[in-house]
Design a protein around this ligand. Structure first.
Ligand code: CAA
Length: 380
């Protein structure tokens, strides 16, 4: 078994590490405080090819593997999880969904703009009454011949006000339940499309999370993705890959907090020596590093499964479940290592703890991951 990274993997990881330190770190506290979207940084990430990493080069994508993607996600998330969730949604949910399931015309029109970062994408599944229970879609898309009429509200949409194109899941044939659901590409400028409330969040405050309202939005039939009724499968398949990205985000948050705690413990003195020389601190570092290494193995295994063409529903759920718990545990302990300094913004660990929590909630709560894992186990 070979655990080593290729030269290309190391190059892309180092490029992301360098970008995170030079471009994301300087304004990260301010963006978090004022809930400011990292507009300039997203533009630069588009130029670096971080927004469409795995997509087909024919449509401007990087044609890279999932291992490269998780390496980039980890490095960005060490510093700025608000920026990395934008990258994750654009790559795993929007670009991958289109690259895999959209037709040629849709790819030409939308994917090329999304891979370059000229446009940003959002994925719209959650609703006020359909979060974990994703089959209960209340948003409707009524078939009117050459177009659909879309009505409803979506909640918790990452990049809600910054995105240009939206993948919207809606119910067309209520009597068919989830087999009647469709997925559509919707443009921001279309009549009847309204950006709703911006959420004032605990963490990932630099990313803009909004509700979206669709009021008789006319969606051309050519903007439906796949066959009639494919929308729920589209959402589930896309989310399985998305969970690898969020698992990598959680891993990055944990690694970032660990590195800060380790470095701080080497310079902070108490009782006549650097605090890393006290076992109370050294053992915390040992636990953090062990857990992070275990999480990394799960994340990499899941990315590898996807690259090999293996099923990755279970491995991505396990990676997300475990890495998000490690992110919570590690960030809390990193604050403890910092003592009082850990509780103030300039030391970064309090932000990482706030950011960690969402990794246990979005793209399926930890409880949803356990449903996916246990069903997978029992289906064998
Ligand atoms: N791939 C393909 N098909 C799948 C699938 C997968 N991974 N998972 C389920 N399906 C199919 C099933 O095969 C079934 O199809 P058939 O009826 O044809 O056999 C159908 O979908 C329904 O499946 P279930 O009966 O298992 O559905 P369920 O209602 O019991 O629950 C669930 C499934 C796993 C709980 C699902 O609802 C789920 O994942 N919920 C969480 C939703 C979620 O992650 N939301 C996140 C919002 S997006 C987000 O956060 C993005 C962001 O901005 C950061």
């Amino acid at each position: 078994m070979d655990f080593s990274l290729t030269e290309e993997h190391i190059m892309i990881r180092d490029a992301a590490r360098d970008f995170a330190r030079t471009e994301l770190l300087p304004g990260v506290i301010e963006r978090d405080t004022h809930q400011r979207f990292p507009k300039e940084q997203v533009k630069k990430m588009g130029e670096l090819g971080f927004l469409g990493m795995m997509a087909d080069p024919k449509y401007g994508g990087g044609g890279m593997d999932t291992i490269s993607y998780v390496l980039v996600m980890e490095e960005l998330s060490k510093i700025d999880a608000s920026a990395s969730v934008i990258v994750s949604v654009n790559n795993s949910l929007v670009c991958w969904g289109l690259d895999t399931y959209a037709n040629e015309a849709q790819k030409e029109k939308y994917l090329t703009k999304l891979t370059s970062g000229e446009s940003i994408g959002a994925f719209c599944l959650s609703e006020p009454e359909a979060g974990s229970d994703a089959t209960s879609q209340q948003t409707t898309a009524i078939d009117k011949g050459d177009h659909y009429i879309l009505n409803g509200t979506k909640n918790w949409i990452t990049s809600g006000s910054s995105a240009d194109f939206f993948l919207v899941i809606a119910q067309t044939h209520k009597e068919k339940k989830h087999h009647g659901i469709n997925a559509f590409i919707v443009e921001k400028t279309w009549e009847g499309f309204e950006i709703g409330t911006k959420e004032d969040k605990l963490g990932i405050r630099g990313s803009d999370t909004h509700s979206l309202i669709f009021n008789d939005v006319k969606v051309p039939k050519e903007n439906r993705i796949g066959e009639d009724g494919f929308g729920f499968k589209f959402a589930m398949k896309t989310l399985s890959g998305g969970r690898i990205g969020i698992a990598a985000q959680a891993l990055g948050i944990a690694s970032g907090a660990y590195e800060l705690a380790r470095d701080y413990s080497k310079v902070r003195k108490a009782f006549g020596t650097e605090i890393c020389n006290h076992q109370a601190i050294a053992f915390k570092l040992a636990d953090m590093h062990t857990n992070i290494t275990a999480a990394r193995h799960l994340v990499m295994k899941s990315a590898w499964d996807k690259d090999q063409g293996n099923s990755y529903d279970m491995s991505s759920a396990m990676a997300k479940l475990f890495a998000s718990q490690v992110a919570m545990d590690t960030t809390v302990e990193a604050i403890q290592v910092h003592g009082g300094n850990g509780y103030v913004k300039e030391y970064h660990v309090e932000r990482l703890m706030r950011d960690a929590k969402i990794t246990q909630i979005y793209e399926g709560t930890s409880e949803i991951q356990k449903i996916v894992i246990s069903r997978g186990l029992l289906a064998d």
